[in-house]
Design a binder for this molecule. Structure first.
Ligand code: ATP
Length: 304
């Protein structure tokens, strides 16, 4: 489990991370989201003990990372998958890491197998594709069989097969009772992967909620109705308790009634329908609305 308590980091005047409190629970994948510059990397670096907080604490299973004698056994991290000596083989890269944490050589073979790099493990890491480097980064994170994983943009640069693999791996890790924290910019990916969401903007907490609650709260269902009698039918729908918006010629957007009820009402009143379609607002839209005040650089603001 990761516990972040009142975590604050200042670089000069403006805080990069501002009084942040949240928990990453065991057995769950927690998605860490926020616009560019929101403070995700700074928070992760403080959890990892790579940067010291200005104030507040970040602990991993009850202690700050710097107090763990064999860090790789406590926490596995993927920060920058490119950070590997290009001339060194994956095998020797992992062997050096294992030795520095007193881990047996057998773990190197085990994680190479786990991430599917066993066959190319003796090749120089510099020759690896982005996806292979990402797998090597994951292998390093898993080396100490840690109960906690912190993955910064783990889906970056992966092809569709790689994304499915990474999702499956994270699910399995959480299923084994590990705490997994992953950042991503892609709400659509997060939606498919995570159990819990922590959203930050300008260093501050914006949302800390289960994915199920976030979906229930933000994914509005609307029905698009097209009919040559849209005006009169719109009034009937409103009488039936729906919120109706005229949306161009002969087109209505209806909330508060499902497509079957609307279809039944049309049949009952002999109204000709040309379209009856369910439209679900995406979580991407919900996320954009939630964070719009915290976006550091936006086309709109620059034009203003
Ligand atoms: N070493 C540093 N010195 C000065 N400012 C920094 C430093 N590191 C980060 N910052 C600033 O702190 C803020 C948060 O940056 P951070 O990299 O943590 O955000 P992020 O959410 O990871 O962004 P992104 O999604 O773009 O990676 C930014 O305004 C950034 O410019």
């Amino acid at each position: 489990m990761i516990e972040v308590q009142g975590l604050t980091k200042r670089y000069g005047e403006v805080p990069a991370v501002d009084d942040l409190t949240f928990t990453v629970r065991a057995g769950e994948i927690t998605g860490f989201l926020g616009p560019n510059g929101a403070g995700k990397s700074s928070t992760m670096r403080m959890i990892l003990g790579l940067d010291a907080p200005t104030s507040g604490t970040a602990t991993v299973n009850g202690r700050p990372m710097r107090a763990h004698p064999a860090p790789l056994r406590a926490l596995g991290a993927l920060l920058d998958a490119g950070a590997v000596l290009p001339s060194r083989s994956a095998y020797h890269h992992l062997l050096a890491l294992a030795a520095s944490n007193g881990l047996p050589r057998g773990r190197v073979d085990a994680v190479l197998e786990e991430v599917g790099l066993a066959a190319v493990a003796r090749r120089a890491a510099g020759s690896y594709s982005l996806g292979m480097k990402q797998r090597l980064g994951i292998a390093a994170a898993l080396l100490g069989d840690p109960p906690v994983l912190v993955l910064d943009e783990p889906l970056n640069g992966l092809d569709p097969e790689g994304i499915v693999w990474m999702r499956g791996l994270m699910r399995r890790m959480a299923g084994e009772g590990r705490a997994v924290l992953m950042s991503s910019h892609l709400m659509s990916e997060i939606e498919l992967t995570v159990d819990h969401l922590v959203v930050i903007g300008r260093g501050r907490l914006i949302a800390d909620t289960s994915m199920a609650d976030f979906i229930a709260e933000h994914s509005a269902r609307e029905v698009v109705v097209r009919s040559p009698h849209s005006e009169s039918f719109g009034r009937r729908l409103a009488d039936a308790g729906a919120a109706v918006r005229a949306d161009g010629a002969n087109r209505l957007t209806v909330a508060g009634l499902g497509a079957p009820e609307i279809g039944a009402l049309a049949a009952l009143n002999g109204v000709e329908l040309h379209e009856l379609a369910l439209r679900q607002t995406s979580l991407e839209d919900a996320f954009m609305a939630l964070t719009q005040d915290s976006v550091e650089y936006s086309a709109d603001k620059e034009a203003a």
